[in-house]
Design a protein around this ligand. Structure first.
Ligand code: ATR
Length: 273
């Protein structure tokens, strides 16, 4: 049985084993998938130990995505640009790194019928989560991609790094009067029950609002957008399942269906405390 796992610290909350086991059942693949929490300075040792045990691949979540990148002998362009790896493959004693977070986001948006070609997209935040999604978003031929962040210099640095004339970096006060089609909250504000300080005027009945965070109830950002009459509000559960599906496809060369897995996961989350 081929062995996979996910590394993170903390990792208790991870739903990746449930998702990958559901994919394996659906596609009739015989794999094991577990979660592991290395010490903060013990990640590389843990990966090498897993390779020695015959592990075939691993997902990587916070705070190890940058360390994972450093270990790779081969990197996809997506991982290189993101500066972070969430999918490791171990083949003939070499480590291959990819980043499927952005594909997960793009596919979830498309699955919800959101039109990205020529769309004006606003991303709130400029941290690690944003770096990973820029390239796959740009590949959708967006009309514009604006990165707004509390620390403006970080948004501007990201734009410089990607060097696309579609991109612009700014602060939250600079976006009040722009009409965006899609607004993606990628700040970690939702995790602490907060919301980025942005103008109510950003929301109209054609604005799609997406939060990379998910939970039993809507995040403060999505609640705010819904109250102001946004066209739709979508949380990040589909992105999570989507990035997992892409990782599964890299390892097993078969793309699982996400729909039923997503429904089961949602039901499970709604049942939990
Ligand atoms: P991640 O990997 O989840 O992106 P990160 O790299 O720590 O985490 O980035 C967190 C992002 O959320 C940053 O863009 C941060 O803004 P700063 O760059 O100014 O720190 C943003 N953020 C966190 N809390 C926020 C809040 N309460 N309001 C607005 N932005 C917030």
């Amino acid at each position: 049985m081929d062995k996979y796992l996910v590394y993170g610290n903390p990792i208790k909350q991870s739903r990746s084993p449930v998702i990958h086991q559901a994919f394996a059942k659906q596609t009739e693949q015989n794999i094991s998938y577990q979660k592991l929490q290395p010490e903060i300075d013990g990640f590389k040792e843990a990966v090498n130990a897993f390779i020695a045990l015959g592990g075939k691949g691993a997902n990587v979540t916070a705070p190890f995505k940058e360390q994972a990148l450093e270990m790779c002998h081969h990197l996809s362009q997506r991982a290189q640009q993101a500066g972070a790896v969430n999918t490791l493959s171990f083949i003939n004693n070499e480590i291959y790194g990819d980043n499927t977070d952005g594909l997960g986001l793009v596919q979830d948006l498309l699955r919800h019928g959101v039109k990205l070609t020529n769309a004006k997209v606003l991303i709130l935040g400029a941290g690690g989560a944003v770096k990973g999604v820029i390239l796959p978003l740009l590949e959708q031929q967006l009309g514009a991609l604006v990165i707004a962040n509390r620390t403006v210099s970080k948004a501007q640095a990201l734009c410089q790094q990607f060097g696309s004339d579609k991109m612009q970096g700014c602060g939250f006060d600079d976006i009040a009067n722009i009409d965006f089609d899609v607004i993606i909250n990628a700040t970690s504000a939702s995790l602490t029950g907060e919301q980025p300080p942005i103008s109510d005027e950003l929301i109209s009945d054609h604005t799609v609002c997406y939060d990379m965070v998910y939970g039993k109830s809507l995040t403060p950002f999505l609640m705010w957008a819904e109250r102001l009459g946004a066209k739709s509000v979508i949380d990040g559960l589909g992105m999570l399942v989507g990035q997992a599906a892409e990782s599964f496809n890299i390892w097993r060369k078969v793309m699982p269906e996400v729909e039923q897995v997503l429904l089961d996961l949602r039901a499970d989350i709604n049942k939990s405390d």
